[in-house]
Design a protein around this ligand. Structure first.
Ligand code: SIN
Ligand code: FE2
Length: 209
């Protein structure tokens, strides 16, 4: 990690490294993301059953991309619109995974979420992976957002905190299956993305190594 970093632990197994990536690292990562979206364009996923569109646009890199459509949530090796295999996960992210998780195998999916000003993500759990012993590693770029963290029960208590550009959040341990979501994004809080908005990258180990 390249920035001045302050570690907070909002819940057991959940570590927030705020300011983990400095501006140079954020820009390098953004260049990598532009390459990825050039090969695997952001698309508008739809919700299981209802087919309602998400407000977040998505793409993935890595051997397994996470997709959502009318038939459900799943991992698959190809982009749902182009049919092409997902691009590789950038080396910088593989290194960050090793450094922060210490997990003995690389991530298989990096989900790329793009939030325009009005986008949000409802409370959910990341539970489509077999390797639940690996944490989820999340990186925020661009505008600040309010992250909501609950517990293991949907109806449980929640807390919220802000995620800023360059923050790295690990969700693992006893809270690997905690509910979480994004309440809102605050426009014009970062100059990293020239047209505004927020990018979140979520790295996950999908299969058991
Ligand atoms: C997610 O849970 O997939 C995204 C969380 C975030 O955007 O920070
Ligand atoms: Fe999630």
């Amino acid at each position: 990690m390249t920035g001045f970093c302050n570690k907070l632990t909002p819940a057991p197994g959940v570590d927030l490294h705020s300011g983990a990536l400095d501006t140079t690292a954020q820009r390098r990562l953004l260049d990598d993301i532009r390459e990825i979206t050039g090969q695997a364009p952001l698309y508008n996923p739809t919700m299981p059953r209802t087919g309602k569109p998400w407000t977040v646009r998505m793409t993935s890199c890595g051997p397994q991309g996470w997709v959502s459509d009318r038939s459900g949530y799943r991992y698959q090796p190809n982009h749902p619109e182009t049919g092409n295999p997902w691009p590789a996960i950038p080396q910088m992210l593989l290194d960050l995974w090793d450094e922060t998780t210490g997990y003995p195998a690389p991530p298989e999916c990096c989900l790329v979420n793009f939030y325009a000003d009005n986008a949000r993500m409802g409370l959910h759990r990341d539970e489509d992976e077999e390797a639940l012993d690996a944490p989820v590693l999340s990186i925020s770029l661009g505008d600040t957002a309010t992250f909501r963290l609950g517990g293991l029960e949907r109806k449980g208590k929640t807390q919220s905190f802000k995620l800023h550009s360059g923050d790295v959040l690990l969700i693992g341990g006893d809270n690997r299956l905690a509910y979480h979501g994004i309440d809102r994004v605050f426009p014009n809080t970062s100059t990293l993305l020239k047209d505004g908005g927020r990018i979140n990258l979520t790295l996950r180990r999908v299969t058991k190594p």
